[in-house]
Design a protein around this ligand. Structure first.
Ligand SMILES: [Fe+2]
Ligand SMILES: [Fe+2]
Length: 134
């Protein structure tokens, strides 16, 4: 398991936690490469992995939110759209030979963990648990 994962990130929903752990695994891979000065070599692969990850994970969250009539669905959906948009922007920057993409992606993921996983995602926790998502 990724060393970046902390129990305080848990929403106490195994299915969701396991998916979030996958984000930390992808993130850790980037950080390890960056620490060896190889961030630029891995960043495109990381962006592609994040795109695939987002399609799977956001799809699951959005499916449950809609099924259970989550009131803040629209805000949450828009936050997910912002993630896709950011990944697309960073991909474009990489293709334009911007050498700061790995660092920008690292900063973005750090903020995403704090604001989205620990903030926005935590808002649906009780509703999902009440509806027996485990
Ligand atoms: Fe999430
Ligand atoms: Fe989310």
């Amino acid at each position: 398991m990724s060393k970046l994962w902390k129990d305080s990130y848990s929403l106490e929903i195994i299915e969701i936690d396991n998916q979030h752990k996958e984000l930390f695994r992808i993130f850790e891979e980037l950080l390890i490469a960056m620490s060896k000065g190889k961030g630029n070599e891995i960043v495109l692969k990381t962006l592609n992995n994040l795109e695939n990850y987002a399609q799977m994970h956001f799809g699951v969250e959005e499916k449950y939110m809609q099924k259970f009539g989550f009131e803040q669905f629209q805000d949450h959906f828009e936050a997910h759209q912002y993630f896709y948009q950011k990944i697309a922007e960073l991909k474009k920057a990489y293709q334009e030979n911007n050498l700061t993409v790995a660092k920008e992606l690292m900063d973005f993921l750090n903020k995403w963990v704090g604001k989205h996983i620990c903030g926005t995602d935590a808002l649906y926790k009780d509703l999902f648990i009440q509806n027996n998502v485990i």
